[in-house]
Design a protein around this ligand. Structure first.
Ligand code: F0G
Length: 476
């Protein structure tokens, strides 16, 4: 019996992978300054860096590419993309962008006023960066369980209404003019919210004139959890659940590179009633992205997205994807590797603090662990912890978030069960020699979103930096 649900598709085209030696990978790691983002993809065997733009398109999507209308203005492909977004999500006012952060940029520049407070169910890196660039401030209103890797609560993406109410009481709805919720919360380990929670949040916000905006990047994966695990929702299709989620919002942005099942693209979309904000964003898209009927996407990409958004609503596809995640989660769990529980919607997240308890958080355990996993077997994951959280703009210190994780992100429709078994074996090998793993010192960092480009070197074997030293050493 297969341990994964068999894939509801078969392979039509293959892409060769290359295994390397450990010595070679050590050289690659040195050249990449111990940052997996700085490795060449050719030097990676199994690439679990991200699920963003790394999925495989279907034959229908490749067929649709050929029908792309590359007209500069008024492209037919734009209409096709809008029809699909309307059908699947119900948004009618749509602005295409080159990817998710292009949509975030337009949204925050036009919606946020300096001093605004934006509560969110945890942060995402690019979202918070754009919010702060526009003069707004992020506040975390996710439930406490989300910050505890060992909590088995199924709806860790839920908003804690008391936290939201506390902020509204404190700042007033003049400063808390909106909240933002993301399905399948990325930084929490791919954790979903429940429909019941979203409905409650919407009712609370409606009473006070507070808007609700969604980051619908991984909405289908969240809808899968609702369909299978939330009482009353088994009779609704994934598409119906997505429509209901979106119906509780005033607008949304999406990185289509995830649940859009495409390699590039994004959009900003609003419900009727948001014509004014839509018009402001639409007049700005031409400055930063492209004309409002392509916004940084080619016609063929818009055609592929139109197909991808419908395909992602297939319960068989989503169930198979989830069973792949459960397979990897289960194999690691059996070997005692500390993980985020329960298994999330787009990746398996290793708890690096528990994996490497001898390292201080300012010795970047998750960054060090991601490097070791690469060294061991050519498997590339990424850090989601102290590096990703950036520095506190007021104190200049590392934020030291409670979750210090390595994300093993599963690309959509790309890897097989045996690839995932290989990944599990690699991580388990590293776990067996965890005591010998050294921390890292950050030798260079950019000002924002440092995890993409920061550089590190291993700390000397005989001495780990103390927390205080770690902070000053990485300040340069
Ligand atoms: N929102 C969420 C929840 C995301 O996960 C991402 C990207 C974005 C917005 C930004 O979209 O990359 O298209 O500009 N996440 C990628 C990741 C980078 O690896 O998690 P983008």
């Amino acid at each position: 019996m297969p341990r994964c649900m068999p894939e509801p598709y078969r392979i039509k085209m293959v892409e060769p992978l290359r295994m390397t030696t450990r010595e070679y990978r050590q050289q690659c790691l040195d050249r990449a300054h111990y940052n997996t983002f700085l490795l060449d993809a050719d030097d990676v065997y199994i690439d679990l860096l991200t699920d963003s733009g790394t999925g495989a398109m279907s034959d229908r999507q490749w067929g649709a590419l050929m029908q792309g209308d590359e007209a500069y203005a008024g492209s037919r492909s734009f209409e096709h993309m809008c029809e699909s977004i309307r059908e699947v999500m119900g948004y009618s006012l749509i602005i295409p962008t080159h990817q998710g952060r292009g949509a975030e940029h337009l949204f925050f520049q036009n919606f946020i006023q300096p001093g605004d407070i934006l509560p969110m169910n945890m942060y995402f890196t690019t979202t918070r960066a754009h919010l702060e660039l526009a003069g707004g401030e992020f506040r975390d209103i996710i439930c406490d369980e989300a910050h505890d890797s060992q909590s088995d609560f199924r709806w860790k993406g839920n908003v804690d209404l008391d936290k939201l109410d506390g902020l509204v009481e404190h700042y007033g709805s003049a400063r808390v003019r909106a909240i933002s919720m993301a399905p399948d919360v990325n930084m929490a380990g791919g954790q979903p919210f429940s429909m019941a929670n979203l409905r409650e949040v919407r009712a609370y916000c409606l009473e006070r004139g507070i808007k609700v905006f969604l980051d619908v990047t991984r909405i289908a994966e969240n809808a899968w959890f609702i369909h299978h695990l939330e009482p009353g929702y088994e009779q609704f299709s994934i598409k119906e659940i997505i429509r209901e989620i979106c119906s509780y919002s005033d607008g949304a942005w999406m990185s289509s590179k995830k649940d859009g099942l495409v390699n590039m693209g994004g959009f900003l979309a609003f419900m009727p009633g948001e014509e004014e904000l839509f018009a402001k964003c639409r007049s700005q898209v031409v400055v930063y992205e492209g004309l409002h009927t392509y916004g940084g996407m080619s016609g063929r990409d818009m055609e592929a997205l139109a197909v991808g958004l419908r395909e992602v609503c297939d319960d068989d596809y989503l169930s198979c994807r989830h069973s792949q995640l459960e397979l990897l989660h289960g194999l690691l769990l059996k070997a005692g590797v500390p993980l985020v529980h329960p298994c999330g919607g787009h990746g398996v997240f290793v708890d690096a603090k528990a994996f490497l308890p001898h390292l201080d958080q300012d010795e970047f355990p998750a960054q060090a662990l991601a490097a070791e996993i690469y060294l061991e077997g050519g498997v590339r994951g990424m850090e989601r912890g102290n590096v990703s959280a950036d520095r506190d703009p007021v104190t200049g210190r590392n934020r030291r978030p409670r979750l210090e994780l390595v994300r093993l992100t599963i690309p959509r429709r790309v890897y097989t069960e045996s690839h995932l078994e290989y990944v599990a074996e690699t991580v388990i090998e590293v776990f067996a020699r965890r005591d010998q793993i050294r921390g890292l010192k950050m030798t260079w960092e950019p000002e924002k979103l440092r995890f993409f480009q920061a550089q590190f070197e291993p700390l000397p074997a005989e001495r780990q930096l103390s927390a205080a030293e770690g902070m000053s050493a990485s300040a340069g």
